[in-house]
Design a protein around this ligand. Structure first.
Ligand SMILES: *[C@@H]1O[C@H](CO)[C@@H](O)[C@H](O)[C@H]1NC(C)=O
Ligand SMILES: *[C@@H]1O[C@H](CO)[C@@H](O)[C@H](O)[C@H]1NC(C)=O
Length: 395
């Protein structure tokens, strides 16, 4: 007599708890769709199934990845036929790339979202398992180029919050041809000598923000490619790595410029560069205009402030040419710390297109752990200085 009542009560309580703790929209758990945790069995199909169902649903949808390791092959999450523009992907586990780098080979990407609108990723770890490919590359053998861990391409209204990316084969995160992308609390980690493992690469995109993140990697911490506008970077810690770089730009003649970039409250530790603008020594109609670098701390950075318009690796395809990229309205404000080389501020601009309206305000950089004075160097640059500036400006 009591049994059915107790059973009823238990079911009621369970459903109450479940209802309140679960997601209000439709939810797709990759494990329920066949994914086996453990990192040994390929789970690509379960993830693609979850994506297809979320896309086909109306109202907000959630794809849930429980704790555990999930092996995924190359995957495209295509939004072309997606009806849903509010898909949350909540990851409590780790997505693993195939450990044998020949599986992804030179396929360029591992996890790729394209033509999506309204996708948010919360939490999770992406493990690119890149170390065997790095070893191959550094040994000088011929190796595949590898795959970028996470790519968003031709997408809009994207959130990446609390995601970690470790040991990518190639770049960790790429934002290409996107609008309105908000990244926050992203943690990137790969060895300081891992080749081509840029942290975050942004290009051809408008309205990207990168907030409160940390980037330890072997190549550029953040690289900013052509046609990037309205980019905001704040509270980011970088190092090891090659620092924050606008460029390389101007490799091709017809290239869209970079405009309105703010880099604020960043710390660079032991990086090759701090705040860099880099262009090829080749003809180009590209430009960089309206950049603010404000409140940066440098800890033993090789080139804390640098504009380099003479990029021409191995002197191939550009000997005796000069950069066509026009750089103007770049402000450096309140930049402090130590340089690992004596030239802490270097403006090496194009003889054809001198840098104009460069402003330097309240800069204090010292050399050799503050034991020696640093120097600055200027070539083809104009602008003005205000506040206390050390090393003495050559502008
Ligand atoms: C990975 O995916 C590719 C196609 O994208 C396929 O050819 C290959 O067999 C898959 N490898 C594994 C190990 O699943
Ligand atoms: C510059 O970009 C920021 C976002 O990074 C945006 O809020 C601001 O409106 C942009 N300024 C102009 C003039 O477009």
């Amino acid at each position: 007599m009591l049994k059915p009542i107790i059973a009823f009560l238990i079911v009621s309580i369970l459903s109450l708890v479940f209802f309140h703790s679960s997601y209000a929209g439709s939810s797709y758990n990759v494990v329920s769709l066949g994914a086996k945790a453990g990192g040994e069995t390929d789970t690509t199909q379960a993830f693609l199934k979850a994506w297809a169902r979320a896309c086909a649903s109306v109202g907000s949808a959630m794809i849930y990845v429980p704790p555990g390791k999930y092996l995924l092959n190359r995957s495209v999450f295509d939004g072309k036929d997606c009806r849903n523009n509010d898909i949350k992907i909540r990851i409590d586990g780790t997505l693993m790339a195939p450990s044998d780098y020949r599986v992804l080979g030179s396929s360029d990407y591992w996890l790729r979202f394209q033509d999506v609108n309204g996708v948010s990723i919360y939490g999770g770890t992406l493990d690119g398992q890149g170390s065997s490919l790095w070893d191959c590359k550094t040994s000088g053998k011929s190796c595949p180029t590898g795959a970028k861990s996470l790519t968003f391409e031709s997408s809009k209204n994207i959130v990446i919050n609390g995601l970690s990316s470790i040991n990518s084969q190639l770049f960790h995160i790429v934002i290409d041809n996107c609008r309105n992308v908000n990244m926050r609390g992203v943690k990137i980690a790969a060895s300081g000598d891992s080749p081509n493992t840029d942290g975050i690469h942004v290009e051809s995109s408008m309205g990207v923000t990168i907030l409160s993140s940390s980037i330890k990697t072997g190549d550029d911490s953040i690289s900013i490619g052509p046609a990037t506008t309205n980019l905001w970077i704040q509270n980011v810690e970088c190092g090891p790595g090659h620092g924050i770089s606008i460029g390389s730009l101007g490799k091709s003649f017809n290239e869209v410029g970079v405009q309105n970039v703010t880099v604020k409250t960043v710390t660079l530790s032991g990086t090759d560069n701090g705040l860099r603008i880099k262009t090829w020594a080749r003809p180009s109609n590209a430009f960089v205009k309206g950049v603010l670098f404000e409140d940066a701390i440098m800890n033993n950075v090789k080139n804390p402030i640098i504009i380099d318009q003479n990029y021409c690796p191995r002197q191939k395809n550009c000997p005796n040419q000069v950069s066509g990229v026009k750089i103007s309205q770049v402000a450096y404000k309140n930049i402090r710390g130590t340089s690992a080389t004596q030239i802490a501020v270097k403006f090496d601009c194009s003889p054809k297109n001198p840098c104009t309206a460069i402003t330097v305000e309240d800069v204090k950089l010292t050399y050799n752990n503050a034991n020696q004075a640093a120097k600055s160097s200027c070539t083809n640059v104009g602008g003005k200085v205000s506040g206390l500036v050390q090393p003495t400006s050559c502008l």
